[in-house]
Design a protein around this ligand. Structure first.
Ligand code: N9Y
Ligand code: NI
Length: 184
């Protein structure tokens, strides 16, 4: 079971390192890691379990954050239509995206960052993503709203990028071109 002590924090070089592509079939260890990452998110969103184990709630988790440079991340969230978006993405990529941007009006946070960093983080409003499941099956998915924002936050982790890298440092709340804000 992944706990907060297993989550790497800001300053650790693993968060600034590009994660490596996986080949199929995954090893039993890599499958276990995928399961554990998704389970962390599920547990962290369950009030009783989160309190018992002191888990900070999350909707996404990238392998870098648990000190592994494997190209995979987990997402577990309910989108604006009330649909459950829950999967592990292996070797994910964005194959196309909208010109329109979006950003969380409340800004972003990160399980690897123990401080609040104010500012808008520009993201594509809509993306078409491709990735492999843990079984090696190729998936193509259109995402928008919160799920698109979260996918981009996680893909950034796999590339060694942190959300605050994308904040305008002179004017953190400067208006973002072509953007429709996302109110959570
Ligand atoms: C976990 C992050 C990923 C999200 C940050 C912005 C988009 C993806 C995470 C810190 C604590 C709160 C939590 C969060 C949330 C957001 C919207 C609606 C409901 C992965 N991480 N959080 N960040 N929750 N809940 O660092 O989930 O934003 O890389
Ligand atoms: Ni993060």
């Amino acid at each position: 079971m992944i706990l907060m002590k297993d989550i790497v924090r800001e300053g650790d070089p693993v968060l600034r390192t590009r994660a490596e592509e996986l080949t199929f079939p995954l090893t039993p260890e890599d499958r276990q890691l995928a399961d554990d990452m998704l389970q962390y998110l599920i547990n962290s969103q369950n009030p009783e379990i989160a309190e018992k184990y002191n888990l900070r709630g999350g909707i996404g988790l990238a392998a870098n954050q648990v000190n592994s440079l494997k190209r995979m991340f987990a997402l577990h969230l309910e989108d604006e239509k009330g649909e459950l978006i829950s999967f592990v993405a292996v070797n994910p990529r964005i194959v196309s995206h909208s010109v329109e941007q979006t950003y969380l009006t409340s800004g972003e946070g990160c399980l690897s960052v123990d401080r609040a960093i104010p500012g808008y983080v520009p993201r594509y409003a809509r993306i078409t993503a491709k990735f492999h499941t843990v079984d090696g099956e190729e998936k193509k998915m259109r995402l928008n709203g919160l799920s698109a924002i979260a996918f981009q936050h996680e893909l950034d982790h796999l590339n060694g990028v942190m959300f605050f890298d994308r904040i305008n440092d002179k004017e953190p709340f400067a208006e973002i071109e072509n953007a429709t804000p996302y109110e959570r």
